[in-house]
Design a binder for this molecule. Structure first.
Ligand code: NAP
Length: 483
């Protein structure tokens, strides 16, 4: 707890981490040191039912406010998040492990959704539709769905909440978030800032619990919850969608990915290497849109691999709280074991280990930046979601076959390719069965664009003008008997 007092604003967490002795709690750990940071409330299903009732009571009042007033509160929240950037980044690095500069980047990225949806909330337009007969007028209006609930993952402890909470609140919904059990602190801190900005406590709630399954069941079975938004694995997303059918809830799912990163022989090689590194190694490879498998054309394969290895070897591994660290710890022991296992299996299937391949000797909670070459398209490492700093590189020759290889997966979240041929660019971009395509660009996330996947990568979009639609119902009004 002492570290909380060293924050510029200890009030971001002091209340949430001062647990009443009658309240069950669980400990939150620093993944780099494996030491406990503090405890948070382990709320029971009964307690969360009270939270849902309070949210339901608060929602109509909030929906009655003008879009401008809601926007003002959201903008005040945005300002407070930006002002607290250093504290929030510190909290995030401590509980999640990502390097401080990446955490600060996520705070800005997370805040950008608040600003974007503060504005989008003013533009939830309906329509006037020409009626098919005289004496009628047809109009559509948009209304908030009611109470929305979300379950979010540990890899983006702030952005995965604001990307959902901001459109929900802007639309006039109440919002309850259950953050991943490993990373509740960032979520509690941004909720505190929302309250300081005048967003009512019962309207926006962060409920902490280490029993994800029970909370998932509660959210999907509760009649007051009209919308469930989930970011996490495909397997859990499928379960939640099946459960949500009971109450016919609206569902948004942002799930797993298996992003291909293709470098054609007409690409700008330096730009491709730079994009590949940014895309693969941020957050120690633990993002759903990280490049998962690299395909490099035979004509430039050796040149690309050499440049890539030279630059990956320069990445600094260690404690994310320290300056100049590029790759922090993986989230837990299982993730480290899984990464080691994936490399070993890939090598057994013929891949050549060129760099890394195991836990870092000086920083045992970190996995060394790893490069595998001569990886066949059917090597298991090309089909699994890696979620670690491991880059498998495959050679290709046939520019048509490569599209089939890219699409040869159940996933369809992000994809990337580098080329300078406009005809090829248009053809490949259209043929890729993915929700998002980075063309000569390795970093594609921003608030203005619709983020989301197809196939087993999800349903719905977050960000852009589409993101707020997920929290709105369209109502059709038919005025009859008009002169
Ligand atoms: P996960 O196991 O599905 O966990 C995600 C969240 O779901 C956590 O809050 C977790 O709680 C909770 N959860 C686990 N089992 C549950 C259940 N039976 N019912 C309800 N909730 C449950 O995923 P993960 O492995 O931690 O996260 C990585 C996955 O998320 C990857 O597949 C990645 O691609 C995906 N992801 C997708 C996006 C996107 O936008 N598409 C963004 C980020 C991550 P606990 O923390 O208590 O386990």
């Amino acid at each position: 707890m002492n570290w909380i007092k060293t924050l510029n604003s200890p009030d971001l967490l002091l209340d949430a981490c001062s647990i009443n002795k009658d309240q069950a709690s669980y400990q939150v750990f620093n993944p780099y040191t494996n030491k406990a940071l503090c405890s948070v409330a382990n709320l029971s299903v009964e307690q969360i039912k009270h939270s849902i009732s309070a949210a339901q009571t608060a929602q109509p009042e909030w929906a009655k406010k003008s879009a401008t007033e809601r926007a003002e509160r959201l903008m005040s929240w945005f300002d407070k998040v930006i002002a607290a950037k250093d504290d929030l980044a510190k909290i995030m690095t401590l509980e999640q492990g990502k390097p401080l500069q990446e955490s600060a980047g996520e705070v800005e990225y997370g805040a950008s959704f608040i600003k974007w949806f503060a504005e989008e909330g003013k533009r939830t337009y309906g329509k006037h539709i020409p009626a098919p007969k005289n004496g009628q007028q047809i109009v559509t209006i948009k209304q908030p769905v009611g109470v929305a609930a979300a379950i979010t993952p540990w890899n983006f402890p702030i952005a995965m909440i604001t990307r959902k909470a901001a459109p929900a609140l802007a639309a006039g919904c109440a919002f309850i978030a259950r953050p991943a059990s490993q990373t509740p602190l960032s979520a509690l801190a941004i909720a505190e800032l929302a309250y300081q900005a005048g967003i009512p406590k019962s309207l926006f709630q962060v409920v902490t619990s280490d029993d994800a399954k029970a909370i998932g069941k509660l959210f999907t079975s509760h009649p007051s919850i009209k919308k469930i938004s989930f970011t996490g694995s495909t397997q859990v997303g499928q379960q939640l969608m099946a459960q949500a059918a009971e109450q016919m809830q609206k569902v948004s799912l942002e799930l797993g990915g298996n992003a291909p990163f293709v470098v054609f022989d007409d690409a700008d090689l330096d730009a491709a290497v730079k994009g590949a590194i940014a895309c693969k190694f941020r957050n120690a490879g633990q993002t759903c849109i990280c490049a998962n498998r690299f395909y490099v054309h035979d004509n430039i394969y050796e040149a690309f691999v050499q440049k890539f290895i030279d630059q990956v070897a320069e990445l600094t591994i260690g404690d994310g709280s320290q300056e100049k660290v590029d790759i922090g710890p993986l989230i837990n022991e299982q993730a480290l074991d899984a990464a080691e296992e994936k490399v070993n299996t890939a090598v057994k299937h013929g891949a050549k280990l060129k760099l890394g391949g195991q836990r870092d000797t000086d920083h045992p909670q970190c996995f060394a930046a790893t490069v595998l070459t001569e990886v066949a398209h059917d090597n298991p490492i090309m089909t699994d979601e890696i979620f670690a700093p491991i880059a498998p590189i495959c050679r290709f020759n046939d520019p048509d076959e490569i599209i089939d290889w890219c699409n040869d997966t159940q996933y369809g979240l992000a994809s990337y390719f580098y080329s300078r041929d406009i005809n090829k660019i248009w053809k490949v971009a259209q043929a890729l069965e993915y929700g998002m395509v980075g063309i000569n660009e390795g970093l594609i996330s921003n608030p203005v664009a619709p983020f989301g996947g197809v196939k087993h990568s999800g349903i719905g979009r977050e960000g852009g003008s589409e993101g707020i639609e997920e929290y709105l119902e369209t109502k059709y009004l038919c005025f009859g008997g008009l002169g």
